[in-house]
Write a protein that binds this ligand. Structure first.
Ligand code: TYM
Length: 333
């Protein structure tokens, strides 16, 4: 079976953006792929984390993966730091990635302008660790939101470069992965600032819909979302960013097309439209929230999932790392 891999940083709280851009699209993939989904704690520490919160987030996010419908029997769920091959391959790939390439990464430019007092080497080489995450599993496809596209292009470049340097053309060491980006929902924007993406590290909670927001909070946040003075419901990101974002949310959450949404709500003011968006989000999150508490409280169960996940992930990752070491000329222990 072909392989899919993706991951999320366990910081802040999971948002509707993470769900519609990533997790929701992961759910059906196990039927056609071997699926690996990580919590990337090593990526999270590229900005300062409180250890107590980081530990809590790892369990919270794992429980949410499962509550969203990722069944650990059909998907390998694991924590990045439990599989040492990630750090080991990242070192190797650091030596095959150029300073100039990393300097051009927009996520690095954003984060280094936000965290000016801590522009550490890990933040700079963040995309290299991500390339290691993906290439270790020989992933064919990587289901992510739009903001990860540039990192995936770098991953492909590094894979091709390493293959060219160390492998025969018909026996590549790394599979060159394809991004898998959903047609709607790949870029959910902030409710108050619809020109910026919705982010789990946002300090303004009214800008963000969290997976664990109670229904009345969701309704309130959507009713107060920024729109514009008109009453037209049409998809126009440049002229109507707020309305377009709510249309994307409704389309991705309900499976409806943007056209049918425009046809139903255009010209009627925003009240009825916003109610429909809120209803669709509440309906999407209700089953997740209903399952969450029980999953989260079963700490032994969660730890079993992670032990099993780490074992299955390591088996695949170690095989790739061994081939890389051999290709490099590292001698066996
Ligand atoms: P992270 O933790 O920022 O986000 C996790 C996933 O959610 C998607 N996403 C969004 N999609 C739509 N709208 C939004 N507003 C939105 N915000 C986030 C992201 O695109 C992502 O798919 N570098 C990655 C984590 C990572 C990874 C990997 C991903 C590390 N190693 C290997 C794939 C494969 C990140 O920071 O995601």
């Amino acid at each position: 079976k072909p392989v899919v891999l993706s991951g999320i940083q366990p910081s802040g709280h999971l948002t509707l953006g993470n769900y519609l851009g990533a997790i929701k699209n992961w759910l059906p993939l196990h039927e056609r792929y071997d699926c690996y989904y990580m919590l990337v704690d090593m990526h999270a520490i590229t900005v300062r984390q409180d250890p107590v919160l980081l530990r809590e987030r790892c369990y919270e996010f794992l429980a949410l993966y499962i509550a969203c419908g990722l069944d650990p029997r059909h998907n390998v769920l694991f924590v990045q730091s439990h599989v040492p091959a990630h750090a080991r391959l990242a070192w190797v790939l650091n030596c095959y990635t150029q300073f100039g390439e990393l300097s051009r990464m927009t996520q690095f430019k954003d984060k280094s302008s936000k965290h000016v007092d801590n522009i550490n080497a890990g933040l700079f080489s963040y995309p290299v660790l991500m390339a290691a995450d993906i290439l270790l599993y020989q992933a064919d496809a990587v289901p992510v939101g739009d903001d990860q596209k540039q990192h995936l292009e770098l991953t492909r470049d590094v894979a091709i470069r390493f293959n060219n340097a160390h492998a025969e053309p018909d026996k590549p060491i790394f599979t060159v992965p394809e991004p898998m980006i959903p047609p709607v929902g790949a870029r959910i924007m902030g409710l108050q600032e619809p020109t910026k993406k919705m982010s789990k590290s946002d300090d303004a909670p009214t800008n963000v819909l969290y997976l664990l927001d109670p229904p009345d909070t969701i309704v309130r946040k959507i009713k107060r979302a920024v729109t514009d003075p008109g009453n037209e419901v049409r998809f126009d990101v440049a002229e109507k960013p707020g309305v377009s974002n709510l249309m994307s949310i409704l389309a991705a959450a309900s499976g409806r097309s943007l056209e049918s949404i425009a046809a139903e709500y255009d010209g009627q003011g925003y009240g009825k439209f916003k109610q429909a968006v809120a209803d669709a989000v509440v309906a999407t999150l209700e089953p997740v929230q209903a399952r969450y508490r029980d999953v989260r409280d079963d700490i032994q169960g969660l730890r079993r999932v992670l032990r099993d996940g780490a074992e299955r992930a390591s088996a695949r990752a170690d095989a790739t790392l061994a081939r890389v070491h051999e290709a490099l000329g590292f001698i066996p222990a």
